[in-house]
Design a binder for this molecule. Structure first.
Ligand SMILES: Nc1nc2c(c(=O)[nH]1)N(C=O)[C@@H](CNc1ccc(C(=O)N[C@@H](CCC(=O)O)C(=O)O)cc1)CN2
Ligand SMILES: Nc1ncnc2c1ncn2[C@@H]1O[C@H](COP(=O)(O)OP(=O)(O)OP(=O)(O)O)[C@@H](O)[C@H]1O
Length: 292
């Protein structure tokens, strides 16, 4: 791997991986249930963008990195498949209860959340979603219910929108068997796209296959979330809005040792994790807003 690319592969508040990203990656699943102290915040290092005239060597390094991601995904999928169902259900409840009780969740007014898919062994969000959608709309003039946006895949070019729903019946299964909203509601009205909304979301609850304590997130490989998050962060910047808090929900077994998840400059780091053992704040924004 060229020196230029090694520098380019570092992002925001990450320190350098302890091993080169292209080295063969042993999978170290971290100790479950134990909450180690969060890593100290490391200021961003200067990052250079990948040169436009990417050399064959750089492309080979990228290919090796994506190959490592595929191997890692496959190992984590196996670990998730072999997870004891009772433990899974215990962890699903613990994670959702932590979120429901958290001040940063209680105070949030608008959020994006994923609709969990049990076949993908994702952390369950059904309790969170039903609590949100069952809460009273208003008290007098005061808006009580959080505004909820959920993903809808538009095409295979990593294009996903976040559309507003107000009822769980607004969802239908897509070709991947994930529930998502139709673009038009039962009254024939276009659903609001979060990218067109006049007010910002404060929070995003993210799925993923694996995470680490420096904020790295391994998705399912479609690039949907990284593309969406980058666009939303740009929108928030253009409007001078506060950036939303990016919080990933993770079973214990999905938190990997630091440096194991390879990243490129396109991968967006999360601000915090919620595991059954508690909230793991990572970024300065998380320490500030989660008041831990
Ligand atoms: N609940 C949920 N909704 C979501 C996502 C998600 O990860 N979870 N997405 C996040 O992007 C988008 C959909 N992207 C997806 C990408 C891959 C697969 C999937 O079934 N992957 C299989 C492997 C398929 C293969 O490799 O051929 C798997 O991971 O087991 C599903 C959704 C939008 N909605
Ligand atoms: N060898 C490669 N060189 C360049 N791009 C690649 C290569 N292999 C895959 N990609 C592309 O990189 C994109 C993102 O992959 P990445 O591994 O970052 O996804 P992810 O973070 O797991 O997904 P998501 O953001 O949806 O959670 C995909 O659109 C994929 O087509």
């Amino acid at each position: 791997m060229s020196g230029r690319l090694v520098v380019a592969l570092m992002t925001k508040w990450c320190t350098l991986p302890t091993q080169p990203a292209a080295a063969p990656i042993p999978i170290h699943l971290s100790r479950p249930a134990l909450l180690r102290p969060p890593p100290l915040y490391a200021p961003p290092r200067a990052t250079r963008t990948i040169a436009m005239n990417t050399t064959n060597q750089d492309q080979d390094s990228l290919d090796a990195l994506f190959k490592q991601k595929r191997i890692l995904r496959s190992n984590v999928r196996k670990a998730l498949k072999s997870m004891d169902p009772t433990l899974r259900s215990h962890e699903d409840n613990a994670i959702q209860n932590i979120v429901l009780e958290a001040p940063w969740f209680k105070s949030c007014q608008r959020l994006c959340a994923y609709i969990s898919c049990s076949a993908l062994r994702e952390v369950d969000t059904s309790k969170l979603l039903s609590e949100i959608l069952q809460s009273p709309l208003k008290e007098g003039d005061v808006q009580l219910r959080k505004k909820l946006y959920v993903p809808r895949v538009e095409d295979k070019n990593s294009h996903m929108r976040m559309l507003n729903i107000s009822c769980i019946d607004d969802l239908v299964a897509n070709s991947m068997n994930i529930l998502e909203p139709a673009p038009v509601d039962s009254g024939g009205n276009e659903r609001e796209d979060v990218m067109q909304a006049s007010d910002p979301v404060d929070l995003l609850l993210l799925p993923g296959l694996a995470f680490d304590r420096s904020g790295r997130r391994l998705g399912r490989g479609g690039g949907y979330y990284d593309t969406f998050l980058t666009r939303y962060q740009e929108l928030a910047k253009a409007h001078n809005w506060k950036q939303p808090l990016l919080v990933a929900l993770s079973y214990s077994t999905q938190i990997l040792d630091e440096g194991v998840i390879p990243i490129t400059p396109h991968d967006v780091l999360v601000d915090a994790l919620v595991s059954p053992a508690g909230v793991i704040p990572i970024s300065p924004a998380a320490f500030d807003r989660m008041k831990l």
